[in-house]
Ligand binder design. Structure first.
Ligand SMILES: [Zn+2]
Length: 504
């Protein structure tokens, strides 16, 4: 039996997004629990699809004694403020110092955190904790599939276990995997690490593991693991992050340095061989809506339009109106779009009451240049308090608290408005407002891929839409300045050169 300290600090930073993550964002937590300290971590995360929950369940079942440090997460956004980083990193470190002797440390991290001062938030956090614990104490970490894994993260920890699904239906499972690897490490195994970077950026939409090539690559990884007995990870990386550590990578842990190196090399070669297959079609809002209308005529199930460039799960504020405008312009009656984050409009709808009509100045409050609110006459079709429990495989068990919500009807097109942003990845977000998604002909979802876990089974077809927003599918539209030279900005695309600011 070991005594294991448990903490977590998750943020996925889109350095091109409009809003920073301050301490408030971590205290509130968004779709996940707000800041948790000490033993409170365990009951508050139990049963949720979260790495920390999976780790704790597996480690406790194996008879280990767990000590809660601090755990915090915020919705993806621009950089984490220095105050938020220092406060949460400080809590983890202080509680670790106060915990007395431990045999290992487990951390639930994302792997793509950038702060006001740091290009590699997790690398710095791990460096500090390694200093505090000394060179020999095992540190096991779980990371998101969108981690921009750095050399420092590998060097300052002993094990990095990374999700293998996108939509991330295996978050809790990855926590349990980290526990299993830690078990092997404590018994003397998996002592050698190897790390390789992949030379091209992978767009969010084509990293989906329900599709090829990502699905096949994770199957290859699992097969290699089974054959070798080693522990392997592949991170697709998080492209909208202008840092030198941005990009996909693979990590291997084995009983010898030679085996770890060979496996990392082989896995990286498999990813590189799949590069051409990581490119995929994207529609303009106009073309996407027109195609959806054509399909919907014959279909019995919804056509889903993924409003990926405003995905709050990738740093968008969920309040752009480009896709909504296209739906209205083409009179896509019966269509429903969600979630549009606009607390002012939600409040206005609650004051009006169900059935009330008024002029709304809808969305586009983030201050993105060129974005203007949509001025529309709308009727309040339904209201909600934003509190419900998710039932889809991605957010399963998450207790949502999205503030006041409202369903607004604009000439037969409905918009689900929330007061807090989160990506539209669960059917309950619509059912909360009386909309049964299965019965909707065209569903616009502000999400890139996670929605697929709950919506792909009911979708006739899924079209990826590039409406204006801070998370461009085409990375050539991003004004990168700090990437590592030579990295290809898109699969088979041009290379980044220092001093360049390539634009389409
Ligand atoms: Zn992710």
């Amino acid at each position: 039996m070991a005594r294991i300290a448990v903490g977590g600090f998750q943020h996925e930073t889109n350095t091109f997004a409009p809003t920073k993550a301050g301490l408030e964002a971590f205290l509130q937590g968004g779709a996940w629990p707000g800041l948790l300290e000490g033993e409170a971590i365990f009951p508050a995360t139990r049963g949720i699809n979260l790495p920390v929950a999976g780790f704790c369940e597996a480690a406790a079942a194996a008879g280990h004694d767990l000590v809660g440090l601090a755990w915090a997460a915020a919705e993806p956004s621009d950089v984490v403020t220095e105050r938020a980083f220092e406060t949460i990193a400080g809590k983890i470190s202080d509680r670790l110092a106060a915990a007395g002797p431990v045999d290992a440390l487990y951390l639930d991290l994302h792997g793509a955190m950038v702060t006001e001062q740091l290009a590699d938030g997790e690398g710095e956090l791990l460096r500090r904790l390694r200093m505090q614990l000394g060179p020999d104490l095992p540190i096991a970490v779980s990371l998101d599939l969108h981690a921009n894994v750095s050399e420092e993260m590998v060097a300052e920890s002993n094990l990095l276990a990374i999700y293998r699904t996108y939509p991330h239906i295996d978050m809790a499972e990855t926590g349990a995997l980290a526990a299993a690897w830690l078990e092997r490490y404590l018994a003397g195994g998996l002592r050698h690490a190897a790390y390789r970077q992949i030379p091209f950026l992978i767009p969010l939409t084509t990293g989906c593991t329900d599709l090829e090539p990502a699905g096949g690559l994770y199957a290859t990884l699992a097969r290699m693991e089974l054959e070798s007995g080693a522990a392997l990870s592949f991170a697709c990386g998080f492209a909208p992050a202008d840092t030198p550590v941005c990009g996909p990578s693979v990590v291997a842990y084995a009983d010898s340095a030679a085996q770890a190196g060979e496996l990392a090399e082989a896995l990286a070669a498999a990813v590189e061989a799949a590069e051409p297959d990581f490119a995929a079609p994207v529609y303009s809002p106009e073309d996407g809506v027109a195609k959806a209308l054509r399909i919907a005529k014959e279909a019995r199930r919804p056509v889903v339009l993924a409003d990926t460039q405003d995905n709050p799960g990738a740093g968008g504020n969920g309040d752009s109106v480009g896709l909504l405008q296209a739906l209205i312009a083409q009179a896509a009656k019966g269509a429903v779009l969600g979630l549009l984050n606009d607390p002012g409009c939600a409040e206005q709808a609650h004051v009006l009451g169900v059935g009330g009509k008024a002029r709304f100045s809808l969305g586009a409050k983030s201050g993105i240049p060129g974005h203007r609110p949509l001025e529309v006459e709308a009727k309040v079709a339904a209201l909600g308090d934003g509190r419900f429990v998710c039932t889809g495989p991605f957010s399963l068990g998450s207790r949502m608290d999205l503030g006041r919500m409202a369903l607004l009807d604009i000439e037969g097109i409905s918009v689900a408005v929330s007061s807090r942003k989160t990506q539209a990845a669960d059917k309950e977000m619509f059912r909360h407002l009386g909309v049964e998604p299965v019965a909707v002909p065209i569903l616009g979802l502000k999400s890139s891929v996670h929605f697929r876990a709950d919506f792909a089974p009911i979708a006739e077809e899924i079209l990826v839409i590039a409406a204006p927003g801070p998370n461009p599918v085409d990375h050539l539209q991003l004004d990168y300045k700090r990437l590592r030279p030579g990295l290809r900005l898109m699969p088979m695309g041009p290379r980044f050169a220092q001093g360049d600011s390539p634009r389409a």
